[in-house]
Design a protein around this ligand. Structure first.
Ligand code: SF4
Length: 432
């Protein structure tokens, strides 16, 4: 049986090979069931890819070369120039951090060696969660628990459209371990401008939608919190939502066998979003006195959860960290990419993005090195550009899923002329 499975994992013919159980690295839910055909290094998803996966895996591998000031050079020269910039720099910023476990480990080593500040391109979203976890703690769940147990799922300020297969993989699944049927699940959305189409049960039942502004979701949840504790609110509505509607939802929350509040920190782009997330986590804690309730954060695109986890286990802190004093100095606000560039606290920038060709580094008035996918269209000419391989496509690797409980192995599905972030940074460290 095992031999048969190994054999079936990669079937090669003279002209094509098919790889099964491929993990997709292009959003934080890391679907691990893709079937991909490689025909002369051109990829085609045969099963289970969403539109995002199709556009990422199936795009033709772009031809690009390392450059210094826009002029093509050999990789070794580009690495030498990168080393020269970083050696001269007193306070580098290493940002973007779109890489896998091995790449981030090497980034941490380079930060330690050069005294750099490190921040992820989704750092603003990451710290909204970190601040809550640090201040009050939280009870969160996993995709598997949602799939198998959740009977009430509240989407707070997000519709999960950035994670195209989330409903398919975690909610409207065909099987659950405890015979939970789709018709037993209740979906509720709270927020504004949410696409609620995916929340329609396969049997046609529509989700409940409570419309309010994103920056009022915290107020709605704290009112619900008051209601579930038995308090009376002497108002007719909260944030435009009738109090009767909130009372009904409060009753459903108390009656749920396994309720979940889902948020996406990136979608809560409001001042002090951490206070809104704190409201989610506090009502969850209250409800778990009498039933099972949990929070769930949807994020982790571009290796964000991976970068945060690796940073935590290597430095003792989540992102954002500064190694300039010779030890890791953590400050979630001060060491943001935007802040250290604006306040001129750094004198060079190394930007890394190995998954996403659409993201551009910030324009900085300091020497800038960009390590990005070969198809990245930069809107300026950096001092050094090095095209890099994508983990899970061009080389094997590992990434943490959005729920942070599992790191999934990434497979190499095509041959690539490009080098991994880890390998390039390792060479740079050896030369410095
Ligand atoms: S939902 Fe995300 S992980 Fe799954 S196939 Fe689409 S992009 Fe990839």
């Amino acid at each position: 049986m095992i031999i048969k499975e190994i054999f079936l994992e990669k079937v090669s013919t003279a002209s094509a090979s098919i790889t099964r159980d491929v993990t997709c690295p292009f959003c934080g839910i890391l679907c691990d069931d893709l079937v991909i055909k490689n025909q002369q290094e051109s990829l085609k998803i045969l099963e289970n890819g969403c539109h995002k996966a199709v556009s990422s895996f199936e795009s033709i591998l772009a031809v690009n070369e390392p450059k210094i000031n826009g002029k093509p050079v050999a990789l070794t020269d580009a690495i030498n120039e990168m080393c020269a910039i970083l050696k001269k720099s007193h306070a580098p910023l290493i940002a973007g951090l779109g890489s896998d476990v091995a790449g981030i480990r090497e980034i941490m080593n380079l930060a330690d060696k050069t005294g750099a500040v490190i921040d992820h391109m989704h750092g603003n979203a990451l710290i909204r969660n970190s601040l809550v976890l640090q201040d009050l703690g939280w009870i969160t769940t996993t995709m598997t628990e949602i799939r198998n147990r959740a009977d009430l799922i509240i989407f707070a300020g997000t519709d999960a459209t950035g994670f195209p297969r989330f409903f398919e993989r975690a909610i409207w699944n065909k099987k659950s371990m405890f015979k939970l049927k789709n018709e037993q699940r209740e979906i509720v959305y709270i927020g504004e401008k949410l696409n609620t189409k995916s929340g329609v049960n396969p049997n046609g039942k529509k989700p409940s939608v409570l419309t309010c502004k994103t920056d009022q979701i915290g107020e709605v949840i704290s009112s619900l919190h008051a209601l579930v504790t038995g308090a009376t609110l002497d108002v007719n509505e909260v944030a435009g939502i009738k109090i009767k509607t909130l009372q009904e939802l409060g009753k459903k929350m108390m009656a749920a066998k396994y309720g979940v509040i889902i948020w996406s920190p990136a979608d809560l782009d409001i001042p002090h979003a951490e206070l809104t997330i704190q409201n989610f986590c506090e009502i969850v804690k209250y409800l778990t006195r009498t039933t099972r309730f949990a929070g769930f954060s949807l994020g982790g695109n571009d290796g964000a959860i991976t970068a945060n986890n690796v940073c935590a286990w290597q430095s003792g802190y989540p992102l954002r960290v500064n190694y300039n004093k010779g030890y890791p100095d953590y400050d979630a606000q001060r060491y943001s990419t935007q802040n250290v560039l604006k306040k001129k606290e750094v004198d060079s920038l190394l930007w890394i993005s190995s998954f996403n060709s659409k993201v551009n580094p910030p324009r900085a008035s300091v020497p800038t090195i960009v390590m990005a996918t070969p198809d990245t269209k930069l809107n300026f000419t950096p001092d050094v550009f090095i095209p890099v391989a994508t983990p899970g496509v061009d080389h094997a690797g590992q990434l943490f899923r959005t729920d942070s409980v599992i790191s999934l192995p990434l497979k190499q599905v095509r041959q690539s002329p490009y080098t991994s972030v880890k390998s390039i940074l390792k060479q740079a460290i050896e030369r410095m």
